[in-house]
Design a protein around this ligand. Structure first.
Ligand code: NAP
Length: 280
């Protein structure tokens, strides 16, 4: 008998792939998101009960990030309700090097439910499905912390680890730190994307203040600017966050995808050759 699984954020960068893979394995899957039916909205707890009905396991991706104020309370409330509803296991997506996110990890770890924590480094897909895409389309990437080296991880690998955690009890009680096999600076990333996309991309190192001002001028909401500022300072400043781990290979028995696999696959989609829509 295969468990009913709720995938919160089931149309997002990792959740979408988790849903596809679970369905391919014939698991009954429910997407948890505002547009799903029944809907699930982090900002409206009245939607949570229906989304959790008859669910035995769940994958939690919080919006917009476990580091934001309010995330801890929401995770506490969700876990309480999930236990009351009979959910037996939670797999939580967390961020490597985010101290605030670790508070939510602790809630899941001490919930009394089976759990697996998947603590991921920055996603490669941030450059094609998130906030680093627009500057690439515009042809000019201007970012602070130019010296920072990040072991970007592919969301394909994250989804494979999450599916393993949801479907195999040997991953209960484990905390996995997922990174790619190589660290890259923003300038190196820009060069690799330019080569794969067959176009010129300029990289300019700027200060954190200049970046924040640029975001303000582009009318990026204040709470989003707060989050970007947090991620650039908290995550990129910590020396330990450059460390490459072997957890993907440990769980999956294969090497993690390299950034070059990502650029080759993504270039084929044409996403980096679209016409510029904004300056962010
Ligand atoms: N990006 C990174 O580099 C990185 C690295 C490590 C960890 N993380 C963690 O990844 C998590 C995000 O996961 P992800 O990138 O897979 O997802 P994502 O792509 O950011 O998520 C989008 C999904 O969330 C849903 N959603 C948006 N707002 C919602 C709301 N208010 N209530 C319920 N659902 C909502 C969307 O569907 P609807 O629009 O239909 O609601 C969609 O399914 C964050 O907690 C972050 O801390 C990210």
């Amino acid at each position: 008998m295969k468990n009913n699984i709720l995938v919160i954020g089931g149309t997002g960068k990792t959740g979408r792939k988790v849903v596809e893979k679970l369905k391919a394995l014939d698991y009954p899957v429910r997407v948890g998101s505002r547009s799903a039916s029944p809907s699930f909205d982090w900002n409206d707890q009245t939607t949570w009960t229906n989304a959790l009905e008859d669910i035995e396991k769940m994958y939690i991706t919080y919006q917009p990030d476990l580091a934001v104020p309010g995330a801890l309370d929401a995770i506490e409330d969700l876990i309480k309700l999930a236990k009351r509803s009979g959910v037996k296991k939670a797999v939580l997506l967390s961020g490597k090097g985010e101290r605030e996110a670790e508070l939510s990890e602790q809630v899941v770890i001490h919930s009394g439910m089976d759990y697996t924590i998947v603590r991921a480094s920055w996603f490669m897909q941030n450059f094609s499905e998130s906030f680093f895409l627009d500057p690439i389309i515009a042809g000019h990437v201007a970012l602070p912390k130019a010296e920072a080296k990040v072991p970007y991880v592919n969301t394909d690998d994250i989804a494979d680890v999450v599916v393993a955690a949801l479907t195999n009890e040997k991953h209960n009680g484990q905390l996995y730190e997922l990174t790619g096999p190589r660290v890259l600076t923003f300038e190196e990333v820009t060069k690799e994307i330019a080569a794969a996309a067959g176009r010129e991309l300029q990289f300019t190192p700027i200060s954190m203040d200049a970046y924040v001002n640029m975001l303000k001028q582009a009318n990026v909401p204040d709470d989003y600017i707060w989050l970007i500022n947090y991620l650039f300072t908290e995550v990129l400043d910590a020396e330990s966050n450059n460390v490459i781990t072997g957890d993907i290979e440990k769980v999956l028995g294969r090497k993690p995808k390299d950034f070059s696999d990502y650029t080759q696959e993504t270039a084929k989609s044409g996403v980096w050759n679209k016409v510029s829509a904004g300056i962010l």
